[in-house]
Design a protein around this ligand. Sequence first.
Ligand code: NAP
Length: 315
Amino acid sequence: MSGENQEIQNYDVIIVGAGPGGLAAALYASRSNLKTALIERGAPGGKLITIDEIENYPGFELIDGPSLSQHIYDSSMRFGADHITGEVQELTKGSDGNYQLETSTAIYQAPAVIIATGSYNRLLDVPGESRLSGRGVSYCAVCDGFFFNGRDIVVVGGGDSAVEEAIYLTQFAKSVTVIHRRDKLRAQEIIQERAFRNSKIRFVWDSVVEEIQGEDQVEAVQIRHLPTDEVTTLETDGVFIYVGLVPNSDLVKDFAVTDDEGWIITDRSMRTKVAGLFAVGDVRQTHLRQISTSVGDGSLAGHSAYQYLEELGDD
Ligand code: NAP
């Protein structure tokens, strides 16, 4: 899109991404009377809407992702933030200090921007994975678990996501085999214990999936046992892959605010090293990625953006 004849829409602060972090930032910014825009390409809630049950978000003993997402959305938008549906394709900073954000249909401008673009599931990067994606290979148990009623499936990974989703999948599957590259899980103890108690789950330790096989649908995985180098084939109807996250930080690649893996580095106030540019939630370099930590990040960033604009006004 050429921006030459485009009317620019001005805001005090623009938040990119409407997951829990972005929504909390919108709440704090708009409640501080900042003219606030929240730009999101999909449904509000981000990854939250793909979570079946949440038991570690204060205020709710147990709640499903879509419901919690709706609660956070409704409570965050009631102070007048504009919800804009669109994908920000370019973020630039002008010599006047203002940021410009371009979507395919509009240009937005603000002196403060909060990046809340989250992360996406890392690919396993083995033969057969992309060809059989949607044909037995999945990255979302809540979306696809139902299709594996009475089937044998494999989950790859050993973190919270892999183990939690393996437990979730046992309500559909006949068996769930978790294949992990080490002999110890990374997942939280409480989640591990539940998995160990579940008679439908078995573990294949110290092993990696080297290939996903099948003509039109997943039929088997080829597994290498790392200590012995022994290669075996395990028949399966589905492969759910949970081998970590990749930050959605392409938008800020020219600002040099990320670490080597692309996570955005901020201080405790969610400020990046570039004035007026903030980041929150999963896209940020942090050691704990939770709904509650994203909400905390967003609250701080909304407040920090307010302080930043106050200081600008004083100059
Ligand atoms: P993660 O914690 O980074 O775990 C990724 C897992 O995949 C690790 O076990 C890792 O093995 C394994 N792995 C990585 N690359 C691999 C490869 N190429 N081949 C085979 N295995 C590979 O990712 P996550 O489980 O998606 O969790 C992401 C964040 O969300 C974490 O902060 C997590 O705590 C949070 N989360 C929290 C909850 C909850 O609180 N209920 C639920 C889900 C996620 P190693 O262990 O050997 O590194």
